[in-house]
Design a protein around this ligand. Structure first.
Ligand code: NAD
Length: 314
């Protein structure tokens, strides 16, 4: 049975990815890890700082790991507040992960992001291969990660795989300090107080994705036969929308909902990212296809979140 280690497993994506992989590969075969204490008790968990290379190496050996999902990261908005922390975790942490993948012959999947693109990238239908000059430290760390992973693949045959996630929306774990977090906070505030103040402009269109699609795409790429991969880093797209469009879809369920706009430094970051992605290579190579459009996402989010928050809205 395949043994999987996930770093950063208590994060927004790691929390749900761990659950899905456990239901597929067995609880005991999916080892979760993060730098923080875990209050849950639903399967094997180890505290691991990815900067502690020896501890990282021992965990891989002791647990006889085959696949490493390296999710530990400092996200875009937090990274701009603390660039040196982002350099340590995202760059040094990834160097440890990819080197340990080489030494232990692991398949390694590490997410990249739309933040790897920058203001000189074509913003509509952005392809996999294009100009990449990001202006955030988070974006710089993602370009480095993609290139270093690809280098390890050319040089030593390491089975490195990466996806450029758009902004991920979920009703479960809270977001970790990204520029697209508005699209989660808006649902909480809509249900709790019928109003939301957006830190992005009304027309700040960005590529976004609902968590079930993110998990589906991640597991599809993780499991894809290596011969089918014609490249190592893939765009995956869900839907593109802006705060005004999201608000009007929410209004179909909550007619009294109101949105206002007070853009802050995160608008500057968002302005440098693509508006939509071309993910045709992922569709061709490993059958990627998202399930959720905007209205389906909004209906599902409101239903799940209202259950969690115990708020009746219908
Ligand atoms: N959530 C999104 O919208 C989004 C979009 C694009 C890309 N991504 C990428 O997906 C991956 C997972 O993102 P997420 O949303 O779950 O992030 P998150 O911020 O919610 O989680 C990251 C986790 O990493 C952990 N961590 C931080 N420093 C660490 C260290 N030194 N050692 C070990 N763990 C450490 C944190 O405790 C946290 O639980 C990241 O690579 C991120 O860049 C996420």
């Amino acid at each position: 049975m395949t043994r999987i280690l996930i770093t950063g497993s208590l994060g927004q994506i790691g929390t749900e990815l761990t659950q899905q992989l456990r239901s597929k590969y067995g609880k005991e075969n999916v080892i979760a890890s993060d730098i923080r204490k875990n209050d849950g008790d639903d399967g094997p968990y180890h505290i691991l700082n990815v900067l502690d290379k020896e501890g990282f190496s021992s965990l891989i050996k002791e647990q006889e790991i085959d696949w490493l999902i390296h999710n530990a990261s400092v996200l875009s908005a937090t990274g701009e507040k603390n660039p040196h922390l982002a350099m340590d975790v995202n760059i040094r942490g990834f160097e440890n992960a990819i080197e340990l993948a080489r030494l232990n012959n692991l398949r390694i999947l590490t997410p990249s992001s739309i933040a790897a693109f920058g203001p000189s990238t074509p913003q509509e239908n952005t392809p996999d291969f294009t100009t990449m000059r990001p202006t955030t430290i988070y974006g710089v760390s993602k370009v480095y990660l993609e290139l270093l992973g690809e280098y390890y693949n050319h040089k030593w045959g390491v089975d490195f795989r990466s996806l450029r996630y758009p902004g991920i929306i979920s009703s479960e774990a809270p977001p970790g300090g990204g520029t697209t977090d508005y699209a989660i906070a808006i649902f909480h505030d809509a249900l709790k107080q019928m109003r939301y103040t957006s830190f992005l402009n009304a027309d700040a269109t960005l590529p976004m994705m609902y968590m079930p699609d993110c998990l589906k795409g991640t597991i599809q790429l993780l499991e894809a036969e290596e011969e089918k991969l014609t490249q190592r880093t893939y765009n995956i797209a869900g839907i593109s929308f802006n705060p005004a469009e999201l608000a009007s879809s929410i209004k179909k369920h909550l007619p009294d909902f109101e949105i206002s706009y007070e853009p802050d430094y995160r608008q500057e970051i968002a302005g440098t990212w693509p508006k939509s992605l071309d993910d045709s290579n992922a569709r061709r190579d490993w059958n990627w296809l998202p399930d959720f459009d905007l209205d389906k996402l909004v209906t599902d989010m409101l239903e799940n979140l209202s259950n969690t928050l115990e708020i009746t809205y219908k």
